[in-house]
Design a protein around this ligand. Structure first.
Ligand SMILES: Cc1cc2nc3c(=O)[nH]c(=O)nc-3n(C[C@H](O)[C@H](O)[C@H](O)COP(=O)(O)OP(=O)(O)OC[C@H]3O[C@@H](n4cnc5c(N)ncnc54)[C@H](O)[C@@H]3O)c2cc1C
Length: 465
């Protein structure tokens, strides 16, 4: 048996000759030349790991983390023709299965436009319930804030979509974009940064060379840590309990947020139960609870848990019942001191993770995706280095202030509302009522919640990249 062909040797690379796709791994990109190593072509018994080691897959952007943000970025860049390798540690079949994530997300109007521009919205539209009204109340106080979508026109304020449906639609679209090479489940074993690019080695020995690596690997981002980027972070001592609630009366597209002393309790309108009429109307619950009490609530049987839901929301929904599983998430804030480092950009929760009080974490991530994709695609079209300092600085300048503002606002709102101190309560209730009466302020906040304020990237304006 010939073994000499297994030696690890460098492969000549060029920006347009994207190299060779590893066997059993990704798809071949259009225009890619397949470099057939001698040992692969002619040697019997050549081991796969050795073949993988001996070859380098060339991409323009390597994305680590295929959550909703990483998937969206891959679609934005791949759809514009950039060669992308997307790596995630989880099996795609698992992340779209029910137990993985019980959350539904409030997708703001601007984010819907982005998902539409990526060709992914159509795949989730059937599972998306329009938000027509938002009602914000403070416990049992009579003063409240009411947003009605008709104050701005015909468009709903946003949609509620189960995360599972979002992931399904993003993965389905991903399979149609030839420029994206998905490696999942896969592990990043090593990454080397050099002035001209990065070289990553995966657990199976595959090597990828790219001009830029994007960390979309969530709030505990290993890449962010590897780059030594400091963060500001704290725990909220609150737990987000999430489940789906079936209810007898229709929700009429109304999202409720009620502030209780332990934190906000949100009831978000979902599409009706596809499985039948019993409690056929559904809403997604995000129940913020004191972290010391949450385990006891999670341990209740379905009857007692459903009674707790009813106790917090009175008779508005008629008879209510928890449907399916329950999930709990420790809540925390995180903000990275920098969103970029040489040859590295942070996006999504890897850059900023916020309290779910306003349902904006993913929306913020999608906004970052739209901005980063625009910067990179423009740089590529101008023949500039897409991983160069200039492009990265533009991305950071564009996103930092907006994201920091939302981090601060959500943190402030949580502090203001998650207590029962009488003078604080009086001030915030007057504030709610004041905004409710001041039509221009109300319209501004509505446009903000819809993601339509500020220096919007093209995808958020409904334009092509
Ligand atoms: C209770 C709750 C309710 C929420 N509701 C809303 C809402 O209504 N609207 C909204 O906009 N936002 C909401 N959010 C926030 C939103 O869920 C997050 O902002 C969003 O999921 C972040 O997505 P991401 O892709 O950046 O990160 P993640 O979802 O954390 O994805 C990270 C990905 O990286 C992968 N990964 C991590 N490390 C590695 C590694 N070393 N190698 C390979 N892969 C790796 C993981 O497998 C994962 O797929 C809510 C959050 C909570 C907790």
């Amino acid at each position: 048996m010939q073994t000499g062909g297994c030696a690890d040797r460098p492969v000549a690379l060029g920006r347009s000759a994207l190299g060779w796709t590893a066997p059993g791994g990704g798809r071949k990109l259009p225009g890619m030349t397949e470099r057939v190593p001698q040992d692969r072509a002619g040697t019997a018994g050549t081991c796969r790991a050795d073949v993988l080691r001996a070859n380098v897959l060339r991409a323009e952007v390597l994305i680590l983390g295929g959550g909703m943000v990483g998937l969206s970025l891959a679609l934005a860049l791949g759809g514009a023709g950039l060669a992308v390798v997307l790596v995630d540690r989880n099996d795609p079949a698992e992340v779209v299965a029910a137990p993985y994530d019980g959350r539904a997300s409030a997708i703001a109007y601007g984010s819907r436009r982005v998902l539409d521009g990526l060709g992914a919205w159509a795949g989730m539209a059937g599972a998306a319930e329009p938000i027509l009204d938002i009602r914000v109340s403070d416990g049992d106080a009579p003063l409240f804030l009411h947003y009605d979508h008709r104050a701005l026109g015909e468009e709903p304020l946003g949609h509620i979509v189960e995360n599972r449906a979002i992931r399904q639609a993003l993965h389905a679209r991903l399979a149609e974009v030839a420029a994206i090479d998905l490696r999942a489940p896969a592990r990043l074993a090593d990454i080397a940064f050099a002035p001209g690019g990065v070289t990553a080695t995966l657990g199976d020995g595959a090597r990828i060379r790219a001009s830029l690596v994007v960390a979309a690997d969530g709030r505990d981002s290993a890449l962010r840590e590897r780059a030594g980027i400091p963060v500001t972070r704290w725990r909220y001592k609150q737990t987000g309990i999430v489940c789906t609630m079936g209810h007898a009366r229709p929700h009429r597209g109304v999202a409720h947020e009620r502030f209780l002393p332990a934190g906000p309790f949100a009831v978000l309108p979902m599409t009706d139960n596809p499985d039948g009429p019993a409690q056929g109307h559904r809403s997604s619950i995000v129940w913020t609870e004191d972290e010391r009490l949450a385990p006891a609530m999670m341990a209740l049987d379905d009857d007692a848990f459903s009674a707790e839901l009813a106790r917090r929301f009175g008779p508005y929904y008629g008879e209510v019942r928890v449907l399916g599983g329950r999930w709990s998430y420790p809540l925390s804030l995180l903000h990275a001191d920098r969103y970029v480092a040489p040859r590295l950009a942070l996006v999504g929760d890897a850059a900023h993770a916020i309290h779910p009080i306003a349902g904006q974490g993913l929306n913020l991530g999608i906004r970052g995706v739209a901005a980063l994709a625009e910067v990179l695609v423009e740089a590529a079209r101008l023949g500039l280095d897409i991983g160069g300092a200039e492009a990265l600085a533009r991305y950071e300048r564009w996103r930092r202030f907006d994201a920091m503002a939302l981090v601060a606002v959500t943190d402030g709102l949580n502090r203001l509302f998650s207590n029962a101190i009488p003078p604080v309560r009086l001030i915030r209730d007057l504030g709610l009522a004041g905004v409710n009466l001041a039509a221009p302020a109300k319209r501004f906040f509505m446009r903000h919640a819809m993601g339509m304020v500020g220096d919007l990237p093209r995808l958020m304006k409904g334009e092509r990249l």
